[in-house]
Design a binder for this molecule. Structure first.
Ligand SMILES: [Zn+2]
Length: 245
């Protein structure tokens, strides 16, 4: 399995877990023609698209997705998305497992300023257990047997505070960030609260353009966890298997 990053910012989020014959799309914040291109137009293998919440950088391009793509999100998210007749929406609930092809998925509730936001704990024979947690001020639970992790590290408090001081970030924006996104420190705490012994890769996602420092985040999490850590960037493709071999 490989992970393809089509976008990991407020400009649009989309990731693909993909092998020769299967693909799971995470988020619909990038237009389908771009998704299709990234998959060399082999779209028949798409098992589904998971959407964490209704904000446009995660769900805003769903209308460009064809009807044959099964879309999974919470009822609250589905009600907010104007997907018309174009997509097949399946409402899923926190803590109730479901399957998309060979991907077995357990949604969990996240902490974000959206109707009914979800994160996803995903299992596939090739990837092992994958945590996908974005747009959440903290991780409300622990996860067992993790093998690969995609987790938000949106801002660092000192950088955010400096940006408020110098006026490049408004107070209201700052408060919203604090309440709905995960800081570097919280991300680190969340990682260390879980058993990382079987983790192969940690990918830091959804870094704020202004309030983060990609290389410092990567190095810090790498030193604290002893794991292989990357920062998601548009266009990145990496191996995403249960073990490195
Ligand atoms: Zn959001």
């Amino acid at each position: 399995m490989v992970l393809k990053v089509l976008g990991s910012s407020s400009a649009g989020n989309c990731y693909i877990l993909e092998n020769e014959s299967e693909a799971l799309i995470l988020e619909a914040g990038i237009r389908f023609p771009e998704v299709e291109r990234a998959m060399n137009f082999n779209v028949g293998k798409i098992d589904g698209c998971l959407i964490s919440h209704e904000h446009s950088d995660h769900a805003g391009q769903i209308l460009s997705f064809p009807r044959f793509v099964d879309v999974f999100c919470s009822r609250g998210t589905a009600d907010k998305i104007d997907a018309g007749e174009k997509s097949k929406m399946h409402a899923v609930s926190a803590n109730t497992p479901f399957e998309a092809g060979r991907f077995r998925i357990i949604p969990f509730a996240t902490k974000h300023d959206a109707a009914e936001p979800l994160g996803f704990y995903i299992n596939h024979p090739e990837t092992g257990n994958v945590l996908f947690a974005t747009d959440t001020s903290y991780l409300p639970r622990r996860f067992s047997g993790l093998n690969n992790i995609l987790i938000e590290a949106n801002y660092r408090m000192d950088i955010l505070e400096e940006n408020v001081r110098n006026g490049s970030v408004h107070h209201a924006q700052c408060n919203r960030t604090l309440q709905s996104h995960m800081s570097y420190a919280t991300c680190l705490d969340a990682l260390l609260a879980n058993d990382l012994s079987q983790v192969n890769s940690i990918i830091l996602i959804h870094l704020s353009d202004r309030n983060s420092s990609a290389e410092e985040f990567r190095q810090g999490i790498c030193e604290a966890t002893g794991k292989n850590v990357s920062v998601a960037e548009k266009g990145m493709i990496m191996d995403f298997n249960k073990t490195p071999f």
